[in-house]
Design a protein around this ligand. Structure first.
Ligand code: PEP
Ligand code: MN
Length: 255
């Protein structure tokens, strides 16, 4: 177990927190303005899904291919790397020129054929922990990426299913030090999906930083309550700025 060491070597080693921010779903052109605002308050990367893995096939599935030019425009305007979820090889092929870090979501953490074949694009991958995945399963999933030629892996703790019902899932900050002890992989925390509630996003984010994570991925929206997807957990740019400032302060102590 854990023989191989891996590095998210595109992240400057311990120089800066990775602060990934943006909406759950890219909805329209207003995404570009949001990205400009996010950069101004300290986002280092932009997030925004155009292909959404939804529990029900009748729910909004993301704007799909029509989001590609919007991602392009945002990238041109703000010049920050884009993190966005791909669901399969087809969506990866279509977006390879615009997405800088392919996000593989919780529901795909054990999609072994996808994990194995995504390496051919030569892009970093942000791999989210399965909702019921143990550390061994999580690391084994990253081994599939590695085996397929992916050398830049960032793990993401986004909450696991427990009996708790006061939050969407339970943020497992304990995995951060366990991952660090057993590998050189980077690990970021997603306080938006762990909490599912904007009132708790800041505390989950700061708990992650306090526990030694390498960054955050947070859902931010121009008008949080009107978000098409995940409206309960979206926060404003101002709220994100507070998290950025506090995170950087805490990080100085723990790094
Ligand atoms: C997301 O980040 O957009 C997402 C769907 O998250 P998760 O895969 O963690 O549920
Ligand atoms: Mn979401």
């Amino acid at each position: 177990m854990y023989e191989q060491k891996r590095l998210g070597d595109h992240i400057e080693e311990n120089k800066k927190l990775m602060l990934i921010a943006g909406p759950c779903s890219v909805e329209d052109e207003s995404f570009v303005r949001l990205c400009i605002d996010l950069k101004a308050v300290g986002a280092t990367h932009i997030r925004g899904g155009i292909y959404k893995p939804r529990t029900s096939p009748y729910s909004f599935q993301g704007i799909g291919d029509s989001g590609i030019p919007i991602l392009m425009e945002a990238k041109k305007e703000v010049g920050l790397p884009i993190v966005s979820e791909i669901l399969d090889l087809e969506s990866a092929e279509k977006t390879v020129d615009v997405i800088d870090i392919f996000q593989i979501g919780t529901r795909n953490m054990q999609n072994f054929s996808l994990l194995r074949s995504i390496g051919k694009f030569g892009k970093p991958v942000l791999l989210k922990r399965g909702m019921a995945a143990t550390i061994d399963e999580f690391i084994s999933a990253s081994d599939y990426l590695l085996e397929g030629g992916c050398r830049k892996i960032i793990l993401c703790e986004r909450g696991i299913r427990t009996f708790n019902n006061h939050v969407r899932t339970t943020l497992d900050v304990s995995i951060i030090s366990a991952i660090k002890k057993n590998s050189d992989m980077k690990i970021v925390v997603d306080p938006s999906h762990s909490s599912g509630n904007r009132d708790y996003v800041q505390s989950h984010a700061l708990a992650g930083i306090g526990a030694g994570c390498d960054g955050l991925i947070i859902e931010v929206h121009n008008n949080p309550k009107e978000s098409i997807t995940d409206p309960d957990q979206a926060i404003t740019v101002e709220e994100f700025k507070t998290i950025v400032d506090k995170s950087n302060d805490i990080w100085k102590i723990v790094k």
